[in-house]
Design a protein around this ligand. Structure first.
Ligand code: 13P
Ligand code: SF4
Length: 301
């Protein structure tokens, strides 16, 4: 049996389902039952029939799946696959901001630990942040952890006053404006598609800004045939398979998230065989971090 056949057989035997983010390796996306952006994956994780979810992404994703489905087993192919940005905020600062602004809403990007979600009023992803922030009754918004997404959302929702936190995604932060300009010079007909975790100067050069799913949808619907993609290179797999006639370019320094790449077929097989790497969230943490996640799912309907 090949590795893929073994995974498929074990998946049936163990009543398991595989979820994968667009940034994981192509061979992992190929065997996944559901592939998507973080909003889609959090929605899909609720109401699955299978007892075991193998989550090919990073730890905040597996953790959210477990929080929303405490009765299920959530397995991570690699427990070290963590998003550095998910830790870039702290409870003390949140508390200080709550004391400073009476009507503050703490809006937490889903790329955050359950511990940070616990102190937040609502979660968002880049696919629903504008819609959710607009719907909040609060005037002041403390957006954690990502400063780039926060600034981008603030521009879309000028009626709110934002308080910023200094978190960032190292992979998107490394994407150089000069290299985007170089790519534009090399491919003058190409449109620039960016994830809002990119810096302001990269976003200013963009024709479209959105989540990974948004970028894939836009590229599919656009009459344009060439694109410069300013996000993690894993999206190329879907972009290229959906649009074989179109061309997709990245900057010279290709953005790679080393954590997403930790998900391999061998590790998927290993966790399916052994049941190792199950995500655990204490009852107390689950109860507290579930509320902002459920509020997101409710407000984004
Ligand atoms: P999406 O919600 O767009 O899939 O992004 C998740 C992420 O980690 C971006 O770096
Ligand atoms: Fe986190 Fe950035 Fe990797 Fe997304 S690309 S998981 S934000 S480190």
């Amino acid at each position: 049996m090949t590795l893929v056949e073994e995974i498929q057989a074990l998946k049936k035997e163990k009543n398991a389902v595989i979820l994968a983010h667009y940034y994981v390796r192509p061979e992992v996306q190929e065997i996944a039952d559901y592939i998507g952006d973080s909003f889609y994956l959090s929605k899909v994780a609720v109401g699955l029939e299978e007892q075991t979810i193998v989550f090919c992404g990073v730890s905040f994703m597996g953790e959210s799946a477990k929080v929303l489905n405490p009765e299920k087993t959530v397995l991570m192919p690699d427990m070290e696959a963590d998003c550095p940005m998910a830790h870039m905020a702290d409870a003390e600062t949140i508390q200080k901001m709550r004391e400073k602004y009476e009507d503050l809403a703490v809006v937490c990007y889903i790329n955050s630990t359950a511990e940070l979600k616990k102190y937040s009023d609502v979660c968002v992803t880049s696919a629903n942040a504008v819609q959710i922030v607009k719907a909040l009754p609060n005037k002041h918004i403390f957006f954690i952890p990502d400063r780039n997404l926060a600034h981008y959302i603030a521009e879309q929702v000028p009626e709110k006053e934002f308080v910023y936190n200094e978190g960032f995604c190292p992979t998107h932060e490394r994407l150089q404006t000069e290299e985007v300009l170089e790519a534009k010079m090399a491919h003058p007909k190409a449109q620039v598609l960016s994830h809002p975790e990119c810096t302001k100067s990269v976003l200013e050069l963009s024709d479209y800004i959105g989540s990974t799913a948004g970028i894939i949808k836009y590229a599919g619907e656009s009459a344009c045939r060439e694109f410069i993609v300013c996000t993690e290179e894993g999206v190329a797999y879907k972009l290229q398979t959906n649009n074989p006639e179109k061309k997709f370019y990245f900057t010279k320094t290709v953005p790679i998230c080393p954590n997403m790449k930790k998900n391999t077929l061998e590790k998927i097989l290993h966790v399916l065989k052994t049941g190792e790497n199950a995500v655990h969230v204490s009852d107390e943490l689950r109860e507290a971090s579930r509320k902002p996640l459920e509020r997101m799912l409710e407000l984004a309907k």
